[in-house]
Design a protein around this ligand. Structure first.
Ligand code: NAD
Length: 427
């Protein structure tokens, strides 16, 4: 069964992020000039480029890179290969990255992009040529001190290695080693960071554990469900089950699986790897209709796939106590209003999944310093940074008597406002 509710294109992610921004800007009484600047993207790059397919046919593709804001440092954010990639999605996701990097206290701004395609329709050699030609088309619009992409939906360490190699190969050979870190999330043999693969899921679980601590909530024996069983979904399930919680349902683009007695997280991952990254066909759970997923009886929901999944249409049916947003923009503002009224807690994306960009920051630093860091120290550093951000959000929520998402925005916007106040606007 293909998951039809999720394969339809997302609507209005940009509208969603702007509503969240306006709400926080009002609450903060944000400086009007800064408000105008942050409501606008700095640059929007759209490239059309040709690629030769394996059968010799030429196809053209459209790629996007939106650079929202770089007041705090180089633009930073993922590249997504998915049919729903368009200017609206790239814009919204770039804006979320600006808030996320600001909240995490990183010296980065926000960018996002990708190519509108379904990678499952292409061979590996075709994907390599598509990736390399996209990189070439972006040219000097990206760079290790200008705009540093990373993996996102359907892009992985291999794709990052192709981007890094293509970018560096189109520069003078003498500068090669100053250019390879144009992307993060690279494989270990190509300047990657130990632990970057699990950084996002690890960070999601750090925030869940902090939430549990603050709310006197014992995670042992609690049940959780995960939408998306890719990088973020799997690693979140891995770390959350280590804390004693039980995975009872998972949904990806291929199927929705349920087992009230628990799903073996590692066995499901092994199955997915051997099955073109799909969970369909796994024998340790039964398939259920996709529309039943969010209403399942469980304690924690981790959306870790696409945007706009928890909406006014399904928020009423949610039985979980906590939503931990592994994905970017999984909850619409209307959906969240219903959740909050019903007492469901939401750890917002810009905090919850920030382990990924924090890991990317350490990879970038490692590369700039020509060092090789150890996984344990990386995870500890991520833990420290997310914990600081979590505390700041918690305090802000109390100070302004507001929900966690709005509080996270307030922390992020205050830092940006401060920067603009100090620096002014050129000329
Ligand atoms: P991924 O490509 O590794 O996995 C995506 C998962 O979503 C897959 O299991 C896929 O089947 C599922 N999915 C895609 N379309 C679906 C559909 N129609 N129905 C149900 N499931 C569907 O991607 P990822 O890197 O794990 O990213 C997942 C989310 O997390 C995205 O929103 C991304 O922006 C966000 N995120 C990723 C990172 C990171 O470091 N990778 C960091 C922060 C946030």
């Amino acid at each position: 069964m293909t998951n039809s509710t999720l394969t339809k294109p997302k609507v209005g992610m940009y509208e969603n992020v702007m509503k969240q921004f306006e709400k926080a800007a009002d609450k903060l009484n944000l400086d009007p000039g800064v408000r105008k600047i942050l409501a606008t993207t700095n640059s929007e790059i759209v490239v059309n480029f040709p690629v030769k397919m394996d059968n010799g046919e030429i196809k053209t593709f459209t790629g996007y890179r939106v650079q929202h804001n770089n007041a705090l440092g180089p633009y930073k954010g993922g590249l997504r290969f998915h049919p729903t990639v368009d200017i609206d999605a790239a814009r919204a996701l770039a804006i979320w990255m600006t808030w996320k990097t600001s909240l995490a206290g990183l010296p980065f701004g926000g960018g996002k992009g990708g190519i509108q395609l379904n990678p499952k329709e292409y061979s590996s050699t075709e994907l390599e040529r598509i990736t390399r030609r996209f990189t070439y088309a972006l040219g000097d619009n990206i760079g290790p001190d200008l705009d540093i992409p990373a993996p996102d939906v359907n892009t992985n360490a291999q794709i990052m290695a192709w981007i890094s190699d293509t970018y560096a190969s189109t520069k003078s050979p003498a500068t090669r080693f100053n250019n390879l870190h144009v992307v993060t999330g690279k494989p270990m043999g190509s300047g990657g960071l130990a632990g970057r693969d699990r950084a996002t899921g690890y960070g999601v679980v750090v925030t869940i554990a902090l939430w549990a601590q603050k709310n006197n909530y014992d995670l042992k024996g609690k049940t959780f469900i995960v939408q998306g069983y890719g990088n973020v979904g799997y690693w979140t399930a891995h770390f959350l089950s280590q804390l004693g919680a039980k995975l009872i349902a998972a949904q990806d683009a291929s199927a929705t699986l349920y087992n009230k007695d628990g799903i073996d997280v590692e066995a499901l991952q092994d199955h997915s790897i051997g099955y073109k990254d799909q969970i369909i066909g796994f024998e340790g759970a039964s398939e259920i209709p996709s529309e039943d997923f969010f209403g399942l009886d469980c304690d924690i929901i981790v959306p870790a796939a696409l945007g706009n999944q928890i909406t006014a249409e399904n928020a009423e049916n949610i039985k979980a106590k906590l939503i931990a947003e592994g994905a970017n923009g999984p909850t619409t503002t209307e959906g969240e209003d219903i959740l909050l009224k019903r007492g469901v807690h939401v750890i917002p994306d810009i905090l919850c999944n920030s382990g990924g960009v924090i890991g990317s920051y350490f990879e970038w630093l490692q590369n700039k310093r020509s060092e090789i860091w150890k996984q344990d120290e990386v995870l500890e550093l991520i833990n420290d940074k997310i914990s600081i951000a979590y505390e700041a959000v918690h305090k802000m929520a109390e100070e302004y008597d507001t929900d966690m998402r709005n509080a996270a925005y307030l922390v992020a916007l205050k830092r940006l406002e401060q920067t603009y106040k100090e620096r002014g606007v050129f000329p």
